[in-house]
Design a protein around this ligand. Structure first.
Ligand SMILES: CCCCCCCCCCCC(=O)SCCNC(=O)CCNC(=O)[C@H](O)C(C)(C)COP(=O)(O)OP(=O)(O)OC[C@H]1O[C@@H](n2cnc3c(N)ncnc32)[C@H](O)[C@@H]1OP(=O)(O)O
Length: 153
């Protein structure tokens, strides 16, 4: 199964968080299933936060960042009745704003589940609700305004 990011054009595949062409990146892969999107990521020990055994908050924000824009793109394709990677003009979103709430420490060394749902899609703006869970417990929530990218002439 192809991830949403697998359909990004090659020239935009350099994102640190999810670009397949960035050898130093996180290579996050997001999938759409029904009314939600999901991605999984297991942070290595190098992503330690300020106290032992927990994940660095900046990494967690990065995971929400990339998963949120992928979620926005996937739902925008759906709203237009299009399939991801259909060969037409790509629909891509960038982050306009991202609010992150850290609800509890996120443990290192286990697989994290990042999920997204579409709250609204109006014009170029998509509002995405995000959660990041470890072992079934929500550790982080996020709210993103993603803005559809339009190439300037
Ligand atoms: C091909 C790429 C592939 C991209 C491939 C995807 C790679 C994965 C991306 C990973 C996620 C990232 O890290 S993305 C990187 C981090 N983000 C960025 O660098 C984005 C930097 N900002 C920008 O480029 C710009 O500000 C934009 C594109 C967000 C918006 O600029 P614009 O295109 O001139 O549009 P603008 O008229 O200003 O805004 C459109 C509408 O959104 C609203 N809006 C804009 N920003 C905000 C905001 N922060 N908070 C509230 N509302 C906002 C405006 O009020 C307006 O509403 P209304 O008047 O219409 O109601």
């Amino acid at each position: 199964m192809h991830a949403i990011q697998d359909h990004y054009p090659a020239e935009f595949a350099h994102c640190y968080g999810c670009g397949s062409a960035n050898p130093h990146g996180l290579h996050l892969k997001s999938f759409i299933e029904g009314e939600r999107t999901h991605a999984r990521f297991t942070p290595a020990a190098m992503y330690s936060g300020g106290y032992p055994g927990n994940v660095y908050g900046g990494l967690l924000a990065s995971l929400l960042d990339c998963h949120g824009t992928a979620t926005a793109a996937a739902f925008a394709y759906r709203a237009q009745g299009r399939a991801l990677g259909d060969g037409g003009a790509p629909i891509r979103f960038v982050t306009g704003s991202l609010k992150v709430d850290y609800k509890r420490p996120t443990p290192l060394g286990i697989e994290l589940l990042i999920e997204g749902t579409l709250r609204s899609l109006e014009g170029r703006k998509a509002v995405i609700d995000l959660t990041l869970s470890a072992d079934g417990e929500v550790c982080v929530t996020g709210e993103m305004l993603a803005v559809q990218f339009v190439a300037k002439a």
